[in-house]
Design a protein around this ligand. Structure first.
Ligand code: ATR
Length: 271
C-alpha cells in the first residue's frame, strides 16, 4: 500500500463549486498515467468571507495546486506570493501552484481558448469577432492578439467593449451593430448567452459557411449558436475544448507531466 504522506493534494475552489468538471478531469488524467497514488484532486466550496483563510490553508497544508473558479479569479490575486506576467496582464488567476511554500498564480484560460482554434486554423492575421467583454472575453482577446489575430469586440455594454479594446489595441462595436460580423473569419462567443438555454448571441442571418465558430459556453455541449452555424455548413468548436485545454495546461503545472488529452476529453464528452 502506498504511503499517503507522499500524496500531493490538488483542489478546485469556488462558490458555488458543485458543477465543476475539474475534479473528474484531473482524476481521470492521474489514472491514465498511473499516478493516482501520487496525486488526489478534490473540490472545496469556499465562502467569500473565508477566502483569505483558505489561501493560508493552502500554504499550511502544503496543497500542491489549486484551480480557482468563479467568483475568485481576481480577488485571490492579492493573497498570492507571485503572479506570472500573463496572469497579471489578463488580470485574473485560475491556477495556483505551490512551489516550496510560495504560491504562484497563473492563468491557463487563454490557452484553453487559443489551442483548440490553432489546431484547426492559423490565427495570424485572421479577423476574429469576440462577442462579450467580461472575464472570459479578456482571456480570449489576450490569447488571440498574442497570436497575431485582428480582433473586434462586440458587447452589449459598449463601455466595457471600449475598455477591453483599448487595453489590447482592438476595434470594438455595440452588440446591436453587427454589420461587420459576416466578414469575419472566426466568431467567438465569450458571453454567457446560450448557457443552459436555447439562445444565441447572434441571429442566424449573420452566420456563413466560410466562418469558424467557437463557443466558450460548454453546457449544453452544442449551443444554439453552434447548432445554427453547423446547419449553415460552418466549422464549429465546442466550449468543452476550452475547458479541456485550460485543464491540460493546469495538469502540467501541477504534476510536471504531459496530460493524457484523449482520456480527459472523454470525461467531457461522456459527462
Ligand atoms: P465571465 O467571467 O463568464 O466572462 P462576466 O465577466 O460577467 O462573466 O461577463 C459576461 C459577459 O456576457 C459580458 O460581456 C456580458 O455583457 P455586458 O458587458 O453587457 O453585461 C455578456 N452577457 C451576459 N448576458 C448577456 C445577454 N443576455 N446579452 C448579451 N450579452 C450578455
Amino acid at each position: 500500500m502506498s504511503d499517503n504522506l507522499l500524496t500531493k493534494i490538488c483542489l478546485s475552489i469556488g462558490f458555488p463549486i458543485k458543477s465543476s468538471k475539474s475534479p473528474s478531469l484531473h482524476t481521470v488524467g492521474y489514472k491514465a498515467l498511473g499516478i493516482e497514488d501520487q496525486f488526489v484532486y478534490l473540490r472545496v466550496e469556499v465562502k467569500p468571507e473565508n477566502l483569505k483563510m483558505a489561501v493560508e490553508g493552502i500554504r499550511g497544508l502544503g496543497i500542491r495546486g489549486v484551480s480557482v473558479t468563479m467568483p475568485y479569479k481576481q480577488e485571490i490575486m492579492k493573497y498570492l506570493d507571485n503572479i506570472d506576467e500573463t496572469a497579471k496582464k489578463i488580470g485574473a488567476v485560475n491556477t495556483i501552484v505551490n512551489e516550496g511554500g510560495k504560491l504562484i498564480g497563473y492563468n491557463t484560460d487563454w490557452i484553453g481558448a487559443v489551442v483548440p482554434l490553432e489546431k484547426r486554423t492559423n490565427l495570424k492575421g485572421k479577423k476574429v469577432a469576440v462577442i462579450g467583454a467580461g472575464g472570459a472575453a479578456k482571456a480570449v482577446v489576450f490569447g488571440l492578439t498574442k497570436r497575431g489575430a485582428r480582433v473586434k469586440i462586440f458587447n452589449r455594454t459598449i463601455k466595457k467593449a471600449k475598455e477591453l479594446a483599448e487595453e489590447f489595441n482592438c476595434e470594438f462595436s455595440d452588440l446591436s451593430n453587427l454589420e461587420g460580423v459576416s466578414r469575419m473569419d472566426i466568431i467567438v462567443n465569450a458571453t454567457s448567452v446560450g448557457m443552459n438555454e436555447d439562445k444565441s448571441p447572434l441571429e442566424k442571418k449573420y452566420l456563413n459557411k466560410n466562418q469558424f465558430f467557437f463557443d466558450c459556453v460548454y453546457s449544453p455541449v452544442e449551443t444554439k449558436l453552434l447548432k445554427d452555424a453547423k446547419s449553415k455548413g460552418a466549422e464549429i468548436i465546442y466550449g468543452i475544448e476550452m475547458l479541456l485545454y485550460q485543464a491540460v495546461e493546469q495538469f502540467k503545472l501541477y504534476t510536471g507531466l504531459d496530460a493524457p488529452v484523449e482520456a480527459m476529453r472523454k470525461v467531457l464528452i461522456n459527462g
